[in-house]
Design a protein around this ligand. Structure first.
Ligand SMILES: Cc1cc2nc3c(=O)[nH]c(=O)nc-3n(C[C@H](O)[C@H](O)[C@H](O)COP(=O)(O)O)c2cc1C
Length: 488
């Protein structure tokens, strides 16, 4: 009957062992239940912070840092000797370039794309209800627009991927009429085209046949009980120019809503090719979401999770600098995702070039994920990442939606407080001198020194030597320029 602990709702007797051990001796709990903790993507401290914030506990920590602040690669944010006063309302960012007629005011932290199929209906309900309560955006993921995304009216970024789920013809092509119809719904605030995601760039998703229930089949518009594969490649474009034209078409079909795309960066030439295409076509996406190689997934081959794709820091700075260098940065907002779970993560990404951030796994933890890492087996013990109704019942939507709202609010508030400590009241006042990194055992440097930052339109006038080759090779007509160059 209790609603707070999903583990106990699914395992009412044995589940107490976890809490008992937690009470008696945390070390025992760690040994018996979480003994592989070190291998998990989020460490114990990070998870504790997410849980506490979600539960509304704003606990300060006793005793001081546990980080090795002398380590090479340790990074820190630069505080001011005269901190500012944090604004009462957290800053937001307006998404929508000159061709967008319905700009959207985006929060600094939003729910990243996770599909119905990967997540349970209850998890999506809780995320969307939390987004509605807290006034932030919820990305649908590529698995289609489901009733569970829409039930509580929270703002949606509607994502379509290579499968065009919810907007596909029988043959798997994009259906423009259906897209126009569904994207015109008021709750859909932005439309997004997924090119790739950090955990598995270059391959599509697979939903095993057993998980393609009648309901999923209906929402995705695919046959029931058959393996549901998103192909690796899009049918709607094959060149940078066609990509930009298609994103513009999405904006038009949606009635002028912000349209953009999400990618994990592969090479700098790809990004520059897209910039050239924007300049040639004469219209720009309203946003680009950069996902880092460190990003999560419901299911992907380990090799792809660990060895393919650019990490967020590099990917984000590549996209930001390419847009600055081509004079396009003012028209396009940049979102960032990849292990964002705390206020300092948000501020760091804003300094590296983002305008706003999205979190997937931290939001999963806010709805009760315990990092069992069983999403792909359909046996999630807490009802978050499963299509099994009995398991999903454990997730209480009322309680968990509050946790989502609290986690988002407290994390953004922390980011705003950190910025105030740095002497700034708005992200536009941040700059790369404000993030520093230990570069050796005796020296540290700011991001302004460690990395190269392009001046506005620099690539158009006089590309620096370090960018000149890539800029010359990049072509609006192909995503294969690097390969051709190497083979020549
Ligand atoms: C269970 C799960 C399902 C996901 N499904 C999608 C998806 O449908 N489309 C997408 O673009 N990204 C998807 N992602 C990737 C996330 O949106 C996000 O980009 C990535 O996990 C990085 O964020 P994180 O580190 O905060 O988890 C998924 C991630 C998870 C964990």
């Amino acid at each position: 009957m209790q609603r707070k602990h999903s583990v106990l709702r699914n395992y009412p007797v044995v589940g107490h062992l976890r809490y008992l051990l937690e009470d008696i001796r945390p070390e025992l709990q760690q040994y018996f239940i979480e003994r592989n903790w070190d291998g998990r993507p989020y460490d114990r401290d990070t998870r504790s912070i997410i849980y506490e914030r979600a539960k509304g506990i704003h606990g300060e920590q006793a005793f001081g840092t546990e980080r090795d602040v002398e380590a090479i690669d340790y990074e820190y944010l630069v505080h001011s000797t005269v901190p500012a006063t944090a604004p009462d309302d957290p800053p937001r960012v307006l998404i929508g370039g000159p061709d967008c007629t319905k700009p959207y005011s985006m929060s600094l932290l939003n729910v990243s794309a996770m599909s119905f199929g990967a997540l349970s209906a209850n998890a999506l309900r809780a995320l969307n209800k939390g987004a509605a309560m807290g006034g932030f955006a919820h990305d649908t993921g590529e698995g289609g627009l489901s009733p569970y995304h829409e039930e509580f009216g929270g703002d949606l970024v509607w994502e379509i991927g290579t499968g065009y789920f919810s907007v596909r013809t029988k043959d798997g092509d994009f259906d423009p009429e259906e897209f126009a119809d569904k994207s015109s719904r008021d709750q859909v605030k932005c439309v997004s085209l997924k090119l790739s995601q950090g955990a598995k760039p270059g391959i599509g998703g697979v939903l095993p046949a057993a998980k393609v229930t009648k309901e999923i089949a209906k929402i995705r518009e695919v046959p029931k009980g058959q393996k549901c594969v998103s192909p690796p490649t899009h049918r709607v474009f094959s060149t940078p120019t066609e990509l930009i034209e298609f994103v513009a078409r999405m904006r038009e079909l949606s009635g002028g809503k912000p349209a953009g795309f999400k990618l994990c960066v592969g090479s700098r030439t790809d990004v520059l090719a897209i910039c050239k295409a924007i300049l040639e076509v004469g219209t720009a996406p309203d946003f680009i979401i950069v996902d880092g190689a460190e990003g999560g997934t419901g299911a992907a081959p380990l090799e792809f999770e660990d060895h393919v794709g650019m990490p967020l820091t590099q990917g984000l700075m590549t996209v930001h600098n390419a847009l600055v260098g081509t004079g396009l940065r003012d028209r396009i907002k940049i979102g960032a995702s990849g292990k964002i779970s705390a206020g300092n993560d948000i501020v760091k990404r804003l300094i590296q070039g983002a305008d706003y951030t999205n979190a997937a796994r931290a939001m999963m933890m806010a709805v009760g994920c315990i990092q069992a890492q069983m999403c792909h087996t359909d046996k999630c013990p807490v009802g978050v990442a499963t299509q099994n109704h009995r398991r999903a019942r454990a997730l209480d939507v009322g309680d968990k939606s509050q946790r989502v709202q609290r986690f988002q609010e407290a994390t953004v508030a922390e980011a705003v407080q950190i910025m105030a400590a740095m002497g700034v009241t708005h992200p536009s006042q941040l700059d790369p001198t404000m993030l520093r990194r230990n570069v050796s055992s005796t020296a540290n440097q700011s991001y302004a020194e460690v990395y190269e930052w392009l001046a506005p339109r620099q690539l158009l006038s006089e590309p620096p030597q370090s960018w000149a080759d890539d800029w010359a090779i990049a072509s609006a007509d192909t995503f294969h320029s690097r390969r051709q160059e190497t083979h020549r």
